[in-house]
Design a protein around this ligand. Sequence first.
Ligand SMILES: *Cc1c(COP(=O)(O)O)cnc(C)c1O
Length: 505
Amino acid sequence: MLRALVRPSSFPTRSLLFSHSRLRLRTMATANTPDFNKPLYTPLAELDPEVKNIIDKETWRQFTGLELIASENLTSLAAMEANGSMLTNKYSEGLPNARYYGGNEYIDELEILCRKRALQAFNLDPAKWGVNVQPYSGSTANFAALTALIQPQDRLMGLGLPDGGHLTHGYYTAKKKMTASSIYFQSLPYALSPESQLIDYEGLAASAKIFKPKLIICGASAYPRDWDYATLKKTAEKEGAWLMADIAHTSGLVAAQTLNSPFEYCDVVTTTTHKTLRGPRAGLIFFRKDLKDAADLEKRINDAVFPACQGGPHNNTIAAIATALLQAAQPSFRDYAKQVIANARTLAETLVGHGYKLQTGGTDNHLVLWDLRPIGLTGSKVEKVCDLMGITINKNAVSGDASAQVPGGIRLGTSAITSRNMLEADVKVVGDFLHRAVQLSLVLQKEAGTKLLKDFVRVATVQEEGKEGFAKVRALREEVSAFATKWPLPGVDVSALTKPAGIHD
Ligand SMILES: *Cc1c(COP(=O)(O)O)cnc(C)c1O
């Protein structure tokens, strides 16, 4: 019965084995149940076939395609069960043992457990580090951290967006302050060295000497190499700035000790929980407890999350984070992280083997930045062709791009395909698909007759006389689907999956 009660509503009907429990649930709405409460017991498929069908279509898309978006991953059945649980009903503003509402006995137990597991997963000494597990996402974790560390209009520095940084690290354009991190604070980006395409630590130190930031943020969304935290710490110390690492992309690899640890040198570390860490969509903020004014930092972080930036914690999500962290602390997760990196290296080698250019020539982590400019293509065109083939990637700026509007590259990541069990030999197949996608993009660009994206999309999606690109896209789509459907999809019994109505072919 309990299993029926925690059944996540977000699974396709046939994917899990709950059908007779569902029947039990329905009989719970008895003759005494007033009409206004009957919907509370009706399964999604019956109550809302429209939403159910959308979920089924999305499940089918994930099953039949290849997910290479570097920020995505496939979370576990256990995390999805926790996320779809009764915990979603509970308000618990405040912290364990200091809540604004009653009834939080078990929620306190959960949050304390989640915090303990977060420290364990990252090998942190509870005397030296604390953690707030309530942030709704990476962006809110970052804004809460900024709120805690610096005052409105104080200066901060982060890696520029076109160089792989994140929006929340102070991004602005000539015309517009784009994010809260540049609206409420004064920000200055640092950059990559154009020659090495690595972080220009010397340039950062020189800018910081003049700009005098109160906070330096490191970490990125599109940087294929590891970070030199010791050097960053020297600069931060010299200028009297806080050093914060946002390891949203790489936290799973950091937990698995396959990358440098930011915890040795940083004051605060933020992360998402749904990228390489493979949990539900949320964020974490770690803070040092061994500084001079440590109690003050802990209070500032906690107050910044609630009440400054958020309301009630999402306890269902915190349960899912806890169960993801339990997994991340196992030796098997280390094997997963190593495989993610081995797969990214194989992908990089496969593409270089076909003669393509990668930013920095390769990778140390889960992602690859592919510079398409030498072959005369844009990221948008290749993203479009891949989408039509069932391979999900994203266009991305590459170092030296003239225009942010027309990114010259794409970003690829191996976290999700590794979660579908793919190993090096399989990744070579994926790399060859990408090679064919790019060669096909060149054919389509020729057939489009112009360099415009809209003409490119037209020849890729409509059969025109005497042109062969469209049919080739369709054929590749079939091949990708035949390959992708050989692999399992966590949380779903794929042997029972059937194609839902309304799929766009
Ligand atoms: C993804 C990401 C974020 C934002 O996370 P959301 O959960 O999407 O809000 C923040 N920082 C970095 C470096 C990221 O890659």
